[in-house]
Design a binder for this molecule. Structure first.
Ligand code: PLP
Length: 400
């Protein structure tokens, strides 16, 4: 056996990847599974974007690009940050990587020393704690329950900051809850952060365009420009343009941090795919009606799933502001017994019961650091959502 490095043995395979694999295994056994674990759009990449990529190939855009991404893509990102979120930045304050996930990982790699603390509000995207651990840091998990809208409060943030705090990670709209921060909430968090210049803030806004709330999307850098030396705002094309396989993400941040990310990237991958960068630049600058259409579809599914879940006595669910997930509480099912006589002790038991008895796959709340909840994705057809909610209702009704 190979003796692997502790940076590998200390981390987990992403639980949502593991859940998706379990669904594939059960399907291979011939079971019919309604899959609500999906973390990517169920739409195909729009044809116009594919055409832009093909045109880029034909034009010879098939070579290494600058390490920090093509100027064309960085200009598109700069324009998007300015017009949508009122973020002012220079082109050299933007970096481009192989997905937002990679950009965030490399940002941590560039800054976190052994023992540094990274504040991760829970429920969190499953990757944050493991990315921190892989880079030698210590995740400091702060529970942000339903009572505070699943959001970090300025008081909780300030109480958690120590001399060792390197980062706080914000994700708005959030995976798994769909909760998004208002401009006032961001301003209040920013007011705390400016008092602690040693603390950086990582704002993951990958779902920023998949937005349903009445209030307008905003970014901490847009509402607190004085955080320019402390904030890294990341985004990408995966979720908004149904381009998860193209692997492009980007971020704006302090010049020395962006330069450090680029330096690491120069030794890791040289640059992200030239063709994908051309497609991403096109996606960001072309007509946005495709995104608007997709959001309409997601919104209808969110509304229906929210209604159906809340009609089940054991479950309750807040209304997401954005993204394509719901995060219902299954508190009403805990302590009950299945028809086979098995006690539902926690949300993992509940998720397994749904999978085994109802053929519905979800991801349990514990994977996101908050119990007893479960995440369901609405990046699947209305028929599948309605059928799955029907099965969940039957399974809950059968509990004693
Ligand atoms: N951030 C969050 C909160 C996500 O849910 C995901 C994907 O699931 C990502 C980042 C990764 O995005 P990308 O495909 O750009 O790496």
């Amino acid at each position: 056996r190979i003796k692997l490095a502790s940076r590998v043995t200390n981390i987990r395979v992403s639980p949502s990847t593991a859940a998706a694999q379990k669904v594939r295994d059960l399907k291979a056994e011939g079971r019919e599974i309604l899959n609500l674990t999906v973390g990517e759009p169920d739409f195909d990449t729009p044809q116009t974007i594919k055409d832009a990529a093909i045109a880029a190939i034909d034009a010879g855009d098939t070579k290494y690009t600058p390490v920090n991404g093509t100027e064309e893509l960085r200009k598109a990102v700069q324009h998007d940050f300015k017009t949508r979120l009122n973020i002012d930045c220079e082109l050299n304050e933007i970096c481009v990587g192989g997905g937002a996930k990679q950009v965030l990982f490399v940002a941590l790699m560039a800054t976190v020393e052994e023992g540094d603390e990274v504040i991760v509000p829970a429920p969190y995207w499953v990757s944050y704690p493991d990315m921190v651990i892989a880079n030698g840091g210590t995740p400091v998990i702060l529970t942000c329950g339903e009572d505070v809208g699943f959001k970090l409060t300025p008081q909780a943030l300030e109480a958690a900051i120590t001399p060792k705090t390197k980062w706080v990670i914000l994700n708005s709209p959030s995976n798994p809850t769909g909760a998004a921060y208002t401009a006032d909430e961001l301003r209040a968090l920013g007011d705390v952060l400016v008092k602690y210049p040693h603390v950086l803030v990582m704002c993951d806004e990958i779902y920023g365009r998949i937005w349903y709330a009445d209030f307008k999307p905003s970014s901490i850098l847009g509402v607190c420009p004085e955080l320019k030396g402390q904030a890294l705002v990341s985004n990408g094309i995966s979720k908004s343009y149904a381009m998860t396989g193209w692997r492009i993400g980007y971020a704006v941040g302090p010049l020395d941090l962006i330069n450090a990310i680029n330096k690491l990237q120069s030794q890791m991958s040289s640059c992200p795919s030239s063709v994908s960068q051309a497609a991403a630049a096109y996606a960001l600058t072309a007509d946005q009606s495709g995104v608007e259409e997709a959001v309409k579809v997601y919104r209808a599914r969110r509304d229906r799933a929210h209604e159906l879940i809340n009609a089940i006595p054991e479950l309750s669910c807040t209304l997401p502001d954005g993204a394509f997930y719901l995060f219902p509480s299954c508190a009403g099912a805990i302590g009950k017994t299945t028809p086979d006589g098995k006690l539902i002790e926690n949300d993992l038991d509940f998720g397994l019961y749904l999978l085994e008895s109802a053929g519905v796959a979800s991801v349990h709340g514990g994977a996101y650091g908050l119990e007893p909840y479960f995440r369901i994705s609405t990046a699947t057809s209305m028929e599948e959502i309605e059928a799955a909610c029907g099965k969940i209702a039957e399974a809950c009704a059968a509990l004693k």
